[in-house]
Ligand binder design. Structure first.
Ligand code: FAD
Ligand code: NAP
Ligand code: MG
Length: 458
């Protein structure tokens, strides 16, 4: 078995799921192939490994992180729970449904810290280039060890790309923006609301980043927040102080002009205009080329590159489900690598992808999107021994979460949900989300002492 070599690019939740899948296999008494994971940051966790840096890092590599201070889960944690490592197992007590980033980072690490996962990972190492030899059927991966400034290569039979796709900004141009006197940044470089206190903010985009950065800035004291949409407004019940306008047409100094004729002055512009799938280390013929959507073409079962299935992509879909979807993918990828799951012929795989693509094309509502990704994961779970969990119930939770947000965008994070893994009902957080300005793990897990009560009859 040792003669099979598996390379993994990235040690975020997807790359760690791949490592965990192999470890679960080993725990059942099977032999492991040789696995090596390369991570350009100094620590694991991908997006969840917060960095204060923007632009380039210590070694001149583009900064991967897009997360920011005061980021709280934007969906119930019960929708992303690992089915082989519950929140109860990790925290030893019920916690609320919407934890802040440091708490989820801690959870992701808990499962993998129990093992020797770190030994498989080379940190501060960037995957620079990949080539595939048709004769030897091997991938050559060229790597840069950033710490010692050394380039070297490794050969693999299988290559897993788990490098994420919410890191390279999509940054559109609007006429006149070059003369805007205030801050103009992309959400990728947003590191928290502090600097925007008291300001009038314009956020372009109408998806999760726009919604969350807008609400955070409002919560932490921005003067006003305007969201500008291209296709559709987010359309929830916004509080006084946040509003939606159609797309900006151009800027004139600090004044933005909108499609409906409105004009308004702003102090800062944050482009919440999404990200590009970017793989600078992959040649044209191996590179996944897609927009952010629920079913990128060319990936059989959402993971196997159809022209060369030994090339495996994890986590490339737009995401309702996250950690548990990456697990479901990694378990199937593992079984293919271990020869216990056989792929059908290429043409058959094409037909299967076409079926999903057609359904994807015809999705209408966000509830349809949830159902689509739910069915996709069901399809994956049928192929491996990843512990089953009640996906229909998770889908219901997602739909209920969508309704909670539409009802009140400022209080939806105070709601609680029930785990499908343990049956545990989430605890209510000790402080309402709008009043909670501290996102540390210590503060989150702190339990206020019971007030001392003196019985009246003493
Ligand atoms: P990533 O987490 O992006 O990890 C990829 C890893 O690959 C990184 O560590 C990176 O350094 C490494 N890498 C990249 N290129 C190279 C290279 N060339 N060489 C070596 N290493 C490389 N999901 C939720 O479930 N809940 C949330 O609340 C939530 N909030 C989010 C907030 C923001 C602002 C963003 C951008 C995403 C959020 N997500 C959230 C979704 C997030 O994408 C997933 O939770 C998860 O982090 C994806 O895991 P991943 O491993 O696929 O990618
Ligand atoms: P996204 O979901 O891909 O959305 C991109 C948005 O940009 C869309 O609204 C799109 O509008 C708009 N857009 C693209 N090009 C544009 C242009 N030229 N002009 C105007 N608008 C344009 O990206 P995202 O919102 O950054 O979210 C990425 C991921 O981060 C998601 O997985 C999300 O869950 C996660 N996230 C989570 C949190 C959290 O709270 N935990 C916070 C932020 C982000 P159209 O609709 O017109 O295409
Ligand atoms: Mg199964």
């Amino acid at each position: 078995m040792k003669d099979k070599r598996v390379g993994i690019i990235g040690a975020g939740p997807s790359g760690l799921a791949m490592i965990r899948a192999f470890e679960a296999f080993k725990e059942k008494g099977h032999a492991m192939p040789e696995i090596m994971c390369f991570e350009k940051q100094s620590n694991w966790g991908g997006m969840w490994n917060y960095t204060w840096r923007t632009g380039v890092g210590k070694y001149g590599e583009p900064i991967h992180g897009s997360m920011y201070k005061y980021l709280w889960s934007n969906g119930p944690k019960e929708c992303l729970e690992f089915s082989d490592y519950s929140f109860d197992e990790h925290f030893k007590k019920p916690i609320s449904s919407y934890p802040p980033r440091p708490v989820l980072f801690d959870y992701i690490q808990g499962r993998i810290k129990k093992s020797k996962a770190r030994d498989y990972i080379r940190f501060d190492t960037t995957a620079r280039w990949v080539s595939y030899d048709e004769e030897t059927k091997k991938f050559t991966l060229i790597l840069d060890d950033l710490k010692i400034d050394k380039t070297y290569s490794e050969e693999f039979d299988y290559l897993v790309v788990a490098s994420g796709h919410f890191s390279t900004p999509n940054m559109p141009y609007f006429k006149g923006i070059e003369n805007f006197p205030g801050t103009v940044i992309h959400a990728h470089d947003f590191r928290g609301a502090d600097q925007f206190k008291g300001q009038n903010l314009l956020l372009i985009g109408s998806s999760y980043s726009a919604e969350d950065i807008g609400v955070q800035c409002y919560k932490h004291g921005a003067q006003s927040v305007t969201l500008s949409y291209r296709s559709n407004p987010i359309g929830v019940n916004w509080p006084e102080g946040i509003k939606e306008l159609p797309l900006v047409t151009h800027f004139d100094g600090d004044t933005a002009h909108f499609k409906d004729g409105t004009t308004e002055k702003y102090d800062a512009v944050i482009m919440c205009t999404g990200y590009q799938h970017k793989f600078p280390f992959l040649p044209d013929n191996l590179r996944l080329k897609t927009k952010n959507n629920l079913y990128p073409d060319q990936l059989y079962k959402g993971v196997f590159f159809n022209d060369l299935p030994e090339l495996i992509y994890l986590g490339m879909q737009d995401q309702y489900y996250t950690f548990n979807m990456f697990d479901a993918q990694a378990w199937v990828a593992r079984d293919f690598i271990m020869d216990t799951y056989k792929l059908p012929k290429k043409a058959e795989r094409r037909l299967d992808m076409d079926k999903w693509l057609e359904r994807n094309e015809n999705l209408q509502s966000s509830h349809d999107h949830v159902d689509f990704q739910t069915d996709y994961i069901k399809d994956l779970l049928a192929l491996s021994d990843y512990p089953d969990f009640n996906l229909d119930k998770v889908a219901e939770m997602f739909k209920s979460w969508l309704n909670d947000k539409a009802e009140n965008i400022l209080t939806y994070r105070d709601k609680t949900y029930q785990s499908v893994v343990t049956g545990t009902m989430a605890a209510e957080h000790h402080t309402e989300w709008m009043d909670e300005l501290d996102d540390s793990k210590e503060r989150f897990l702190y339990e206020p002492e019971e007030e001392e009560t003196i019985p009246e009859n003493i």
